[in-house]
Ligand binder design. Structure first.
Ligand SMILES: *Cc1c(COP(=O)(O)O)cnc(C)c1O
Length: 361
């Protein structure tokens, strides 16, 4: 990794080196076309091939059937906080939200502008250090949908399995763990993910929506806000973020070449174990901030004996080429984001640094 650092940033985050090199090779003239992907028409033949390839590869990765549409939208996960209720909440006008962190709270705030929000469960009283048990969830069988956040980027917790929601459509903000393992897509009504954590550059948001739910989108919605318009136009209602979709398409190919999501999951389990073992084996010097059974494979959050040491830790780590370790400003501490693209060698190097730092401090 010449001239590259260990990038542990929570997002925008590290991309696979192979993907960057491939994009670099084609940046100036995409496969002999004489132009960059950034410079070509989104309705031209070449880009049509790129976006169709992205759709096909994502379907292959997650085994997505024809009963789902894949949309590549803009506005980040944040716009989905609004688009989900605007499209899916009518006509019943109430929805269940499982609140496990700051992003879920933001999703709730937007849904409240559209209809009635039932907080089916919240871990706020425990500072979002755990994932609620199924038995805790007060789900409403008449809700328009149930919304949850599969991985809590700031607090470092992650659902092991989906909430069981019966016939109510399950909606998931998977921004920070999308494609980290195989899931059964048929459990979901809709999944959305901003690209900049696990699948590409900021600016693209993947939305996978079951087609029957598109019938809920009212004609009275503003055009861009309407899922059905985007689905009917195969993401081409307006100019999509072409370069971002191109990079995401390379990431999908990278995952397929590696052997798919079961292989990715194996590597993610392996990487996270190295880091959590180091935390647990540090005689309490490093302390995980979450319940053990809720630990995220993507964002590993921990603390040192005091804030001065944490500051020193981040500073010295940075000098050694580990970037992005400072915890989110709202919670402090340390956060190591070890998304799909982060290499195991980087985790091992970080553990070496942690052991060394402990010895010296
Ligand atoms: C980063 C993040 C968001 C916000 O994404 P934007 O692209 O900034 O809108 C939402 N949800 C989760 C879980 C995230 O990690």
């Amino acid at each position: 990794m010449e001239n590259r650092i260990y990038n542990l940033s929570a997002g925008p985050a590290i991309l696979p080196e192979e993907v960057l090199l491939e994009a670099q090779k084609d940046l100036y003239s995409y496969k002999g076309s004489g132009m960059s992907v950034m410079e070509m028409s989104h309705r031209g033949k070449i880009f049509d091939g790129i976006i169709k390839g992205a759709d096909a590869d994502l379907r292959k990765l997650l085994n997505i059937g024809d009963n789902y549409s894949i949309l590549f939208l803009q506005g980040g996960a944040t716009l989905q906080f609004s688009m989900v209720p605007l499209n899916l909440m009518p006509p019943k006008n109430k929805a269940d939200y499982i609140v496990t962190g700051a992003w879920a709270e933001k999703a709730v705030n937007e849904a409240k502008r559209v209809g009635t929000v039932n907080i089916a469960a919240t871990t706020k009283a425990d500072n979002h250090s755990r994932i609620p048990a199924q038995a805790e969830m007060k789900l409403d069988a008449d809700a328009s949908y149930v919304h949850f956040t599969s991985n809590n980027t700031i607090f470092g917790t992650q659902f092991r399995t989906e909430p069981v929601v019966g016939n109510v459509p399950l909606v998931c903000d998977a921004s920070s763990d999308f494609l980290h393992k195989m899931i059964d897509i048929n459990k979901y009504g809709l999944i959305y993910a901003g690209a900049q954590k696990n699948i590409g550059p900021s600016g693209v948001t993947v939305v996978i929506v079951r087609k029957d739910l598109l019938e809920r989108s009212s004609d009275s919605l503003h055009t861009y806000m309407n899922y059905k318009i985007h689905a009917d136009n195969e993401t081409m209602y307006n100019t999509p973020t072409t370069f971002g979709i191109y990079i995401a398409s390379l990431v999908f190919k990278w995952l397929l070449n590696m052997g798919g999501l079961d292989e990715m999951y194996k590597r993610n389990l392996d990487k996270a174990k190295v880091l959590y073992d180091a935390i647990d084996g540090s005689d309490g010097y490093y302390k995980g901030t979450t319940a053990v059974d809720a630990r995220s494979l993507m964002n590993v959050t921990y603390r040192l004996p005091n804030e001065q040491l944490e500051e020193k830790f981040v500073k010295e780590a940075s000098a050694k080429g580990f970037s992005g370790l400072k915890g989110h400003r709202s919670v402090g501490g340390i956060r190591a984001s070890i998304y799909n693209a982060f290499p195991k060698a980087g985790v091992e190097a970080l553990v070496d640094f942690m052991n060394e730092f402990k010895k010296n401090n």
